[in-house]
Design a protein. Structure first.
Length: 395
């Protein structure tokens, strides 16, 4: 039969040891792809976008004189409002971590979560010899008997942002910017999921000329393109009580990165490859609580110490109630008024077999983080007092 676990069972050191040993038996070479697109620093953004569309890769290695020189991604293009198709790739290059054939699979997962990326380059010296992706790690999870009985509701993200089918493509784009995500569920007037809109639809319906930028897109097409007209309509949903094994198998077979989660017809959450990779990352052996803050721009890193102090203070309080396993926080910025930047902070805490998802939006980054931590502490206290889980609320 084999041994299976739920998220709560990750507190069982024996089962956690089994999971880690199984992960240790999987190598980067087992999951990496050796055929992948590349671009040069002097190539145009339009060339990178064309290769992204053709290959399905959203993070492409930049090669200069045969060596790895950075990465270009949908995410970096999305954030740059002034980006145009004729801009050079080097202007939007960013340095993601790289891995080697010796890197542990759980460490690969940790890098992907920390940097909110889809692919990482595998290097031999300075040469790129392959790429590893969220999809490859999802395939790993689908094939592990010990993970197959984890329920979708245990790791899904809820509540979930969605866009109405009669809304504008710009509405979906703004949600993506605000939350630093690349797919959004589309719902009908009754809240039933009817499609998915993602970066592929944004790119295909945006880069029409060599003069458009993302800023131009928001100004000129908001009233012209509806979500309904461009979204992927062959949506596949999954029930909240289905297993991770079922979900991962669907993702692998259909090449979906996102599955809307339903209770009957009602949209109650969303499951992504990111959530599954996050579970693999959370299993990594550590001496203390794993806390990961990602998405901070260089100019915002001065706030890291203040943010971490608030996190540490609240986690100490929470640990007196339940032992938290891992906390991931992702920060994204977007322009709300002119050049003023608003912060959106998303947090996910694994604790007692439950995933707590919270989001806070504020002009002040430190205040947003502080408010979010206080809400998280309140929610853990409520969980202790009521002993109510998502499963119990739904039954």
């Amino acid at each position: 039969m084999g041994e299976t676990i739920g998220v709560e069972d990750l507190e069982d050191l024996k089962k956690l040891s089994i999971l880690r040993s199984q992960l240790d038996g999987i190598t980067v070479q087992d999951i990496m792809k050796t055929e992948f697109p590349t671009v040069g620093p002097e190539d145009r953004i339009s060339e990178a976008l064309s290769k992204m569309r053709e290959s399905g890769f959203q993070d492409i290695p930049i090669i200069e004189d045969g060596n790895y020189a950075g990465t270009i991604s949908y995410g970096s293009i999305l954030k740059k409002r002034s980006a145009t198709p004729d801009m050079k790739v080097k202007n939007l290059a960013h340095n993601l971590p790289t891995v080697s054939l010796d890197t542990e699979v759980s460490k690969v997962a940790e890098h992907i979560i920390a940097n909110n990326c889809r692919q990482l380059a595998v290097l031999n010296g300075k040469k790129v010899i392959g790429t590893v992706s969220r999809r490859g790690l999802t395939k790993v999870a689908a094939g592990m008997k010990i993970l197959k009985d984890i329920k979708v509701w245990e790791i899904m993200t809820t509540p979930v942002e969605s866009v109405k089918e009669d809304g504008m493509l710009d509405d979906a784009l703004e949600i993506m910017r605000k939350l630093d995500i690349r797919t959004v569920p589309v719902v009908d007037s009754g809240g039933v999921p009817v499609g998915i809109v993602g970066m592929n639809e944004i790119i295909d319906n945006h880069w029409k000329t060599d003069t458009k930028s993302f800023g131009d897109f928001q100004k000129s097409t908001k009233a012209q393109i509806t979500v309904e007209s461009v979204s992927a309509r062959a949506v596949r949903t999954i029930e909240w009580e289905d297993t991770l094994g079922t979900a991962a198998a669907i993702m692998e077979e259909r090449r979906f990165s996102t599955l809307p989660v339903v209770d009957g017809k009602e949209l109650v959450g969303i499951l992504t490859e990111y959530d599954i990779v996050e579970l693999i990352s959370a299993s990594r052996e550590r001496d203390s609580l794993f806390v990961q803050i990602s998405g901070l721009d260089d100019e915002d890193k001065i706030y890291y110490d203040a943010m971490y102090a608030d996190i540490e203070s609240e986690m100490k309080k929470i640990s007196k109630i339940y032992k938290p396993e891992s906390l991931t926080i992702h920060v994204s910025r977007y322009n709300e008024e002119g050049e003023r930047k608003k912060y959106s902070i998303s947090a996910k805490l694994f604790i007692r077999g439950t995933t707590i998802n919270l989001k806070e939006v504020e002009w002040d980054l430190v205040k947003a983080n502080n408010d979010l931590m206080k809400r998280m502490g309140d929610q853990v206290t409520t969980m202790k007092d009521s002993k109510v889980t998502f499963r119990k609320r739904k039954k």
